[in-house]
Every structure is written in C-alpha cells, then in structure tokens.
Design a protein around this ligand. Structure first.
Ligand SMILES: Cc1cc2nc3c(=O)[nH]c(=O)nc-3n(C[C@H](O)[C@H](O)[C@H](O)COP(=O)(O)OP(=O)(O)OC[C@H]3O[C@@H](n4cnc5c(N)ncnc54)[C@H](O)[C@@H]3O)c2cc1C
Length: 390
C-alpha cells in the first residue's frame, strides 16, 4: 500500500521501524515538493515539507545512504536539493572529526557560560527570559516554548532562533548551542555546534546569518512579524580556528569471534563492515548529551532497546547493556564514534568505519562546496545495488 504523508508527527518513536516508516511516508515528497516547501515553517501543528528524519539519521537508526537512495530512486535528478541537504550532515560530521578542537572549544565556552549564569544575575535573567520564551519578540517566544515542549524545530526556525539569540539578545552563542543540545531529540555535536558557529559568523569567517523580519513573515506564512531585530549583525570573532588534522585511520575487523559494542552514533549493526568477524556478544553503551532532558534520554534508551533486540536476532547471540565483563575476554569491535559523548565514553576497541564516512569526511576539511561538488563521485564510491538511479 502506498504510504500517505500526514504531516510532522513529533512523537518520534526511536526505533528503526518508525524511522523506515517515516522514510517511506516522506519519500514521495523528496523531489519538487521539497524544493518548493522546505523553507517554510507552518508551525508545530501543521504539515511540514521536510522529512523529520533527523532523530533517526542522528542515531543511524536509518542510514544516510538509505535516505539518499530512496530519494534518487523515486525522483531522479529532482531529488538533487534533498540529497544535498542530507550531505550537510556528513559535511559537518567530517568537519568536526578533522577539527575536534572545535568541539572541546565549544564545551569549554559552554561551561564558562554556565558558570557566568551562576555568577551574573543580569545574564541569568536575560537567559531565563530567552529559554522560557519571555523576551517579547514575536516568533522567538513561541519557538523557545516549541523547542522545550516538542524537542524539535524546523531548520529555518533554528537559524532565526540562533541569530536572534546571538545578535538581538546578545547572549553567548555557546549557551544557545548548549540549550539546543539538551532539548533537541536530534541533538548532534557536529550539526549543532557547527550550525551555531555558522550563524555566528565563525564557521564562514566574517559572514553572520541575519534573521530578518521580512524573511520570517514570509517563511512562517505570515504567522510572525517580529520588531526590533538586529538585521545587520557583525560576525563574532575568535582567535584563529584550528587547522584540519588528517582523519585517523580506522581498524580492520579481526577474523573470528568478537564482541560488538553499540553506541548512539551508529545503531545499524546489520550493515556494519565487519569482514570475517563473527559477532558472538553484543553490548550497548549509552552516553547522552551533557544535561540532556528526560525525553531525549528516553529516546536514546528506546533506540538502544530497539537495536539490542535487532542485534540479538541478527547475530543470534546474547545482547544487553555493556556492563562490567559483558565482552568476556573477546576482542571488542565498534562502529567509529565521531567526536561527541559516545567517542568520549568508549573503552579501547577496534573501530570500523563505513565507506560512506570514508568517502565524505576527508572532503569536509574546508567549506561545504567541496563536498557538494563531489556528491556524484561519493555516490559512485559507495554505490549500493539498489542505486540504479545514479
Ligand atoms: C542552529 C542550528 C542547530 C542545528 N542543530 C542540529 C542538530 O543538533 N542535529 C541535527 O541533526 N541537525 C541540526 N541542525 C540542522 C537542521 O536544522 C536539521 O537537521 C533539520 O531541521 C532536520 O529536519 P528534517 O529531518 O526535517 O530535515 P530535511 O530538510 O528533511 O533534511 C533531511 C536530513 O538531512 C540532514 N540535514 C538537512 N539540513 C541540514 C543542515 N542544515 N545541517 C545538517 N544536516 C542537515 C538531516 O539529517 C535531515 O534529517 C541545526 C541547524 C541549525 C541552524
């Protein structure tokens, strides 16, 4: 039966089955409809013209390659815009992986920001007004409440929110990124940190993103008409950003029995490049974003429950939390964990990397354009049998 798309349901059950259902329902809209409608935010109760796949892609309950293949098969060249947007995710992942100091720098600024909130009552009041939606700025206040009540925001709204936060409310960008990471159900170290830096004018140096009232009126379908925005922002500055390091090499999986360690950055063990390794134990490691709210923690737990059940069936072996001794003395193999909480929490293990990441990440050391220009070559390099549309 052909699935029908009935609007953005923000319950986001974090299982692979739910992700695949969302993918199937949205696939018919990945072509011209996406190009025409993707920039408009009609509000949390209305249909949106974007996929709502980010909670699934972030955890790899659904793979970028599956989404891109579905788009291409259904729409051919008309899927180009959608495919390019999916590649923003890989671009940001590769950029942070080759510049990990941007993540530790953000973490330091966020910690300093939180300490400043405790010490400076003026800053704290301004921060509380912003996160609770009491600034008086039309649109912004609703988005603040929408974020904490639905744990998701439209991309354009994230851009306006971040711009107003930094340039109109003059709050520290890292505190805004930290607030997003705690509340977003798709909170991702790379996409979130680097998007906030992009809005601030730190990613593309000197080029800040301006939230303009006219643009907000137009792309909220006239729902909001904010006054008093700083529409001529001056990009933030910082000392030279770190230069890119080469991508660290991945490991080859050993031949024979292994224990597979799963984490929240890759919950698709069925498709991992495990070579001739034989998985005889599966363990799950839960490392949430710092300060993640209950709903985000629960979404992570549900995703882990889902993957452990799938892995037990797929590998026909025991699967459970990676408690002490879970792996016996077997070699531990894991999917490459990009910069973030999982990578920080992983024990020593052999790390295998997907050909998708190997194709995208080395091209992500500078601007997005290099990745965008290489999309046809990347898709050739990772071609799967069902990708006859290429
Ligand atoms: C300030 C700010 C913070 C953000 N924080 C996050 C975050 O923590 N996690 C996150 O996944 N995305 C983040 N994004 C990117 C983007 O807003 C979301 O990926 C997108 O809104 C997800 O909705 P969708 O699945 O309907 O997207 P669609 O437009 O349907 O796109 C499909 C998929 O492509 C990827 N994608 C699309 N646009 C972008 C983009 N600009 N950057 C990176 N990936 C993209 C996502 O995986 C998305 O699910 C942020 C953007 C901004 C401006």
């Amino acid at each position: 039966m052909r699935p029908t798309y009935v609007g953005m349901d923000r319950s986001f059950p974090t299982t692979r089955a739910a992700g695949l259902a969302r993918l199937a329902a949205f696939t018919p809209r990945m072509g011209h409809a996406y190009v025409a409608g993707r920039n408009t935010d009609y509000g949390p109760d209305a249909e949106t013209e974007t996929a709502g796949l980010s909670p699934y892609l972030r955890r790899r309950l659904v793979l970028e390659q599956e989404v891109v293949d579905a788009a291409g098969t259904a729409h051919g060249p008309a899927a180009e815009k959608f495919v390019q947007e999916v590649f923003w995710r890989g671009y940001f992942k590769g950029h942070l992986e080759t510049r990990p100091a941007l993540w530790t720098g953000y973490q330091r600024l966020a910690a300093e920001g939180r300490a400043a909130l405790a010490a400076n009552s003026g800053l704290r009041l301004a921060y509380e007004r912003a996160v609770e939606g009491r600034t008086g700025i039309d649109g912004f206040d609703d988005w603040a409440r929408e974020l904490t009540s639905t744990n998701w925001l439209h991309n354009h709204t994230r851009m306006w929110f971040a711009s107003i936060w930094i340039f109109t409310l003059r709050l520290p960008w890292a505190l805004g990124a930290d607030h997003f990471m705690r509340h977003l159900i798709d909170g991702d170290p790379a996409s979130n940190t680097l998007s906030w830096r992009w809005v601030a004018g730190l990613h593309t140096r000197g080029k800040a993103y301006a939230a303009r009232a006219e643009n907000i009126r137009r792309y909220t379908d006239g729902r909001y008409d904010p006054a008093g925005l700083n529409e001529d922002p001056v990009a933030l500055e910082e000392p030279d950003s770190p230069s890119a390091r080469p991508l660290p090499a991945a490991d080859a999986p050993p031949v024979g029995d292994v224990a597979l360690l799963l984490h929240l950055d890759d919950l698709n063990p069925e498709s991992l490049p495990l070579g001739r390794a034989r998985v005889v134990r599966v363990g799950g490691l839960l490392a949430h974003a710092e300060g993640a709210v209950d709903r985000v923690v629960q979404a992570d737990r549900d995703a882990m429950t889902d993957v452990l059940a799938r892995a037990a069936a797929h590998f026909d072996c025991p699967a459970g939390p990676a408690d002490a001794g879970w792996a016996d003395s077997l070699p531990i193999v894991t999917a490459w964990a990009p910069v973030g909480p999982s990578a920080a929490a992983l024990p020593p293990a052999l790390r295998v990397r997907r050909s998708w990441d190997d194709a995208v990440w080395p091209r992500a050391t500078r601007g997005y354009f290099q990745v965008k220009a290489a999309i046809p070559a990347i898709l050739q390099a990772v071609a799967s049998p069902e990708a006859a549309w290429r």
